[in-house]
Design a protein around this ligand. Structure first.
Ligand SMILES: Cc1cc2nc3c(=O)[nH]c(=O)nc-3n(C[C@H](O)[C@H](O)[C@H](O)COP(=O)(O)OP(=O)(O)OC[C@H]3O[C@@H](n4cnc5c(N)ncnc54)[C@H](O)[C@@H]3O)c2cc1C
Length: 560
């Protein structure tokens, strides 16, 4: 066997899925050299999975310069992104959650997510269209190299770095990759997680879904009323979900198996699809692919071991309710990107990396439980569909109106999940300086914007029309709303520590609710790290804390 040491990089990313690619873009923006190893062939599409790209993810894509390309792809620009509930795909409509098409995404008003305080509202696009855009963008960045058809089979690490074992799948050539850090973004069956000895813990089976990607010309014409991005078919025979993939003739059909149906193969796929679509045996469609899956709630017991870190599905798996699998993984990548960047640029100490697991693991636990609770409510609702839901006349109409209202109330919070998107906060992190105020609680569908340290800095537009996030620097950013407040000691301390610090003087009158302090110090991932009426006495200690010198004394709380 031919073994030779070939490649080196600051960071080796295992897996070019959406999480690995986002991490590569973030690291490249910080001048970090990145190698991505991916078993797939360049251009080989992923399976047809994710459809919802959260506003928070789009905010990060904007920072990384790829948001516009993503926004221009997906469904046709005038195709409604609505979610409907019908007795079948072609049956009677029970309710509709209105979500603007991409043409109207920035101008629509009055919808359940049109009020969101963000420069980048959510976007619906399937992963088969999203990933090639991310791949092309990442691969073109200086410092990023992609090794396709390359499988990482294991690694060893010591105090200085990691050596990964790689296998070139085309010819069986084995070689080593030396890096300073290795990040496993290698999905649910992660080799890196197993090699680390980390264990997934939680609920291994919540539901089973028989999933079929079909081409069905003529189906769209059979739908009564306006089309929708997602349609829930609710009837006593077969409940399922149909997602529009190209807005024309390609659809993803999820057949939600009942709790007592534990064997995918024992369920008649074709019959189920016809019940969900509401079409007879004469209707013709073609199966493009099948990808049955089990909804779980599993979170790794460790996210990091020394120089090896897990992100995305490698670290956590759950039912894709609220569309928050990939989005949570991308939030991992964004969190890790700036921490690794700070460490590799040399202005942060090694303990800065402790913040990753301390911040992301609790959030992951919370989100996974939101998703599981929602899944269980949906399972209960499916098993209670009245047998006469399709009945004609006033009785059937009243039944459908009641079910429609219940479906709306239950589901608007997952499809317009403001809380999951904007409400999570990093309490208990060594990099966040608490001032004693508790972050506001959030639910799946609601949140309160806040500058409590750990929360996402509430978004606002600057006088010159830019998003405040567009003006953020590559390290920390200080928002100052009273120019009279002296910030020179902080600037000096940051310079001495080599910590990048950008100052934005903002007009107090333009600040949205949540901003009460003249000084709000934010991280590059837009979370608040510290705030105050004036600087603490010991700005050196504050800077040391922000640079991951974990034992630095916490600066005193300054108020009034
Ligand atoms: C039906 C369905 C719908 C979903 N909808 C949504 C949604 O709307 N929104 C959302 O946020 N999430 C959704 N998800 C979840 C989402 O698809 C995943 O969370 C997401 O793909 C995870 O991305 P990742 O990059 O972590 O892993 P993956 O996408 O699994 O990518 C891992 C990559 O690593 C590569 N790889 C694996 N092992 C190795 C190795 N040893 N060496 C080299 N390369 C390797 C693989 O080839 C793959 O390309 C959905 C999931 C399903 C099943």
């Amino acid at each position: 066997m031919n073994q030779q040491q070939t490649s080196t990089a600051d960071v080796l990313i295992v897996g070019a899925g959406p999480v690995g690619l986002t991490l590569a873009m973030d690291l490249a923006s910080r001048g970090v050299s990145v190698l991505i190893a991916e078993t797939r062939r360049r251009g080989e599409p992923p399976s047809v999975k994710c459809n919802h790209v959260a506003a928070r993810t789009m905010e990060q894509f904007r920072r990384l310069g790829v948001a516009q390309k993503v926004r221009q792809a997906g469904l046709p620009e005038d195709y409604p992104n609505d979610v409907v509930f019908r007795t079948s795909f072609t049956g009677q409509e029970l309710t509709r959650i209105p979500i603007p098409c991409r043409r109207d995404r920035f101008s629509a008003e009055g919808g359940p997510d049109t009020w969101w305080p963000t420069p980048e509202p959510p976007h619906r696009i399937n992963q088969i269209y999203l990933e090639p855009i991310l791949l092309e963008h990442a691969a073109a960045l200086p410092g990023v190299s992609l090794l396709d058809r390359t499988q990482i089979t294991g690694f060893t690490q010591d105090a200085d770095g990691v050596v990964a074992s790689a296998l070139r799948l085309e010819d069986g050539h084995r070689f080593e990759i030396r890096c300073r850090y290795l990040v496993g973004c290698d999905g649910g069956s992660s080799t890196v997680r197993k090699a680390m000895g980390a264990k997934l813990e939680g609920t291994p089976v919540i539901q089973r879904v028989q999933s079929t990607y079909i081409r069905a010309p003529g189906l769209r014409e059979r739908v009564p009323g306006a089309p929708a991005w997602s349609c829930y078919a609710v009837n006593p025979r077969r409940c399922g979900t149909v997602f529009a993939i190209d807005g024309q003739e390609r659809w993803l059909v999820h057949n939600h198996l009942n709790p007592d149906e534990s064997d995918f193969e024992s369920i008649d796929r074709d019959h189920s699809i016809r019940e969900i679509l509401g079409v007879g045996p004469d209707f013709e469609y073609e199966v493009i692919s099948k990808d049955d899956w089990v909804g779980r709630r599993l979170v790794a017991d460790q996210f990091r071991q020394g120089r090896v870190v897990l992100a995305g599905d490698a670290a956590h798996l759950w039912v894709p309710y609220a569309g928050y699998g990939m989005n949570a993984g991308i939030a991992d990548a964004i969190n890790l990107g700036w921490l690794l960047g700070a460490r590799l640029q040399g202005w942060a100490d090694e303990p800065v990396l402790d913040a990753y697991a301390l911040e992301r693991q609790p959030i992951t636990e919370q989100v996974s439980r939101f998703a599981m609770d929602h899944a269980q409510k949906m399972i209960r609702a499916r098993s209670a569909v009245p047998p006469d839901i399709e009945a004609p006349g006033p009785h059937g109409e009243a039944l459908r109106a009641r079910l429609g209202q219940e479906a709306y109330e239950l589901n608007v919070q997952q499809f317009c999940c403001a809380g999951l998107t904007f409400g999570y906060f990093y309490a208990g992190s060594p990099l966040i300086v608490s001032d004693g105020e508790a972050p506001p609680p959030y639910a799946m569908g609601s949140f309160t914007a806040s500058t409590v340290p750990g929360c996402r800095a509430p978004h606002f537009w600057l006088e010159d029309g830019r998003s405040v996030y567009d003006a953020f620097g590559p390290g920390y950013t200080l928002l100052r709303s009273h120019r009279a407040v002296d910030i020179e000691p902080l600037l000096r301390a940051a310079r001495q520590a080599g910590m990048p610090l950008t100052v934005i003087d903002v007009v107090a009158a333009q600040l949205p609710d949540g901003y009460r302090h003249p000084l709000v110090l934010c991280r590059t991932d837009q979370h608040v790290a510290w705030r105050g009426e004036r600087l603490p006495e010991d700005t050196g200690a504050l800077v040391a804390r922000l640079c991951g010198r974990a034992h630095a004394r916490v600066p005193e709380v300054v108020s009034g």
